[in-house]
Design a protein around this ligand. Structure first.
Ligand code: PLP
Length: 364
């Protein structure tokens, strides 16, 4: 499959050719328990917390795209928790100070020794005593990027593993394992499932020993996904290539239009040629996505913008079919009160841009 294009891989990944009379579109396997028979050998499927054919199908599709062995989890946070639990050795965990806030909160809850570093300075982090460097690039919500290969070569020299939260980039947008990272972790609640109806996450690594530890952590910790959610996410993955293309077109057009609007400042989208993140992003990312951010005057201006828009839903997720926007300070991110993370959906570009500009005019 690796020689095929993104669309073909999304449509066919994890879907072996059916035999005659087999369903072309098999449904989810919901059984929690499987027939053991009388042989002493345990079959691949025996109990729903340890494994499931519906999981394996999506794991094969995502693992194929990312170049490693994928393990699905009940959520992106469950996936991050598994990475923390299986880090190579005891030691400090380096986390982005400007990344998804719950990763930092979880590390604090677990009592892990943590050092935080802004995404743009990850390549010069102090690595003394560090077991794991976790990157998030592009970061959420700031959309800064860091050079994964540069961080990985320093981290490996210091004996640390590197994990990359690839949620914003998606498996089509960035292949961290090819850039030297040891682990990819992501929330598939976002663009992979893509329709706002699933909570799911995964971890991928090309290290067989680490993959086995991560799988064991799932079986023992029990943070397993429901087969129905996995099946829905696999269906979503089938159109990721198409959705990403429209979302990126919408994001580019919106970012350009927003820059010219007097009510807007600090527009960031790494795909813009003069964005501060562009040079590194263009080097290590395969394609762009629909997530951008900008800043309005204050909280009231954001509320007025959202109230005036017809298509921009006020919602805290991204990567979905519908365009949505989230004022990130409300969640405690250290950003300006008027900072909006906008996830461009799959609406027609002209409709979306006209709506956003009209809503900005209305917010004064
Ligand atoms: N990583 C990033 C970058 C996220 O934005 C999120 C959720 O917003 C997560 C991880 C957590 O994923 P989930 O909500 O699926 O647990």
């Amino acid at each position: 499959m690796t020689d095929l294009g993104d669309g073909t891989r999304c449509v066919h990944g994890g879907a072996p050719s059916p035999g005659v009379g087999d369903p072309l579109h098999p449904g989810p396997v919901l059984s929690s328990t499987f027939a053991l028979g009388t042989s002493a050998q345990t079959p691949a499927d025996f109990y729903g917390r340890a494994g499931n054919p519906t999981w394996r199908a999506l794991e094969s599709a995502i693992g194929g795209l990312e170049g490693g062995e994928c393990t699905l989890f009940a959520s992106g946070m469950a996936a991050i928790a598994a990475v923390f639990a299986t880090r190579g050795r005891d030691g400090t965990v380096v986390l982005p100070s400007d990344g998804y806030y719950l990763a930092r909160a979880l590390a604090a809850d677990l009592g892990l020794p943590v050092r935080t570093v802004p995404t743009t300075q990850a390549h010069e982090a102090d690595l003394d005593g560090v077991a794991l460097v976790m990157l998030e690039t592009p970061s959420n919500p700031g959309l800064d990027v860091c050079d994964i290969a540069a961080v990985a070569s320093r981290a490996h020299a210091a004996g640390a593993l590197v994990a990359v939260d690839n949620t914003t980039a998606t498996p089509l947008g960035q292949r961290p394992l090819n850039l030297g990272a040891d682990i990819v972790v992501a929330s598939d609640t976002k663009a992979v499932a893509g329709h706002g109806d699933v909570v799911l996450g995964h971890v991928t690594t090309a290290d067989a020993g680490l993959a086995a530890r991560i799988r064991d952590a799932r079986t023992r910790g029990g943070a397993v996904p429901g087969p129905m959610e996995v099946w829905l996410a696999h269906r979503g993955l089938g159109t990721l290539d198409l959705r990403l293309e429209r979302q990126a077109t919408n994001a580019r057009t919106l970012a350009t239009a927003l820059r010219a609007h007097p009510a807007v400042r600090d527009v960031r989208w790494p795909g813009l040629a003069d964005d501060p993140a562009h040079e590194v992003a263009a080097r290590q990312m395969r394609r762009w996505n629909g997530v951008l951010r900008f800043t309005l005057r204050d909280t009231d201006a954001v509320a007025a913008f959202l109230a005036a828009s017809r298509f921009v839903e006020s919602a805290t997720s991204f990567g979905g079919l519908k365009t949505s926007a989230d004022r990130r300070e409300r969640w405690g991110d250290a950003v300006a009160p008027g900072l909006v993370r906008l996830s461009a959906g799959c609406e027609d570009t002209a409709d979306l841009v006209a709506d956003v500009l009209a809503a900005l005019d209305a917010c004064g």
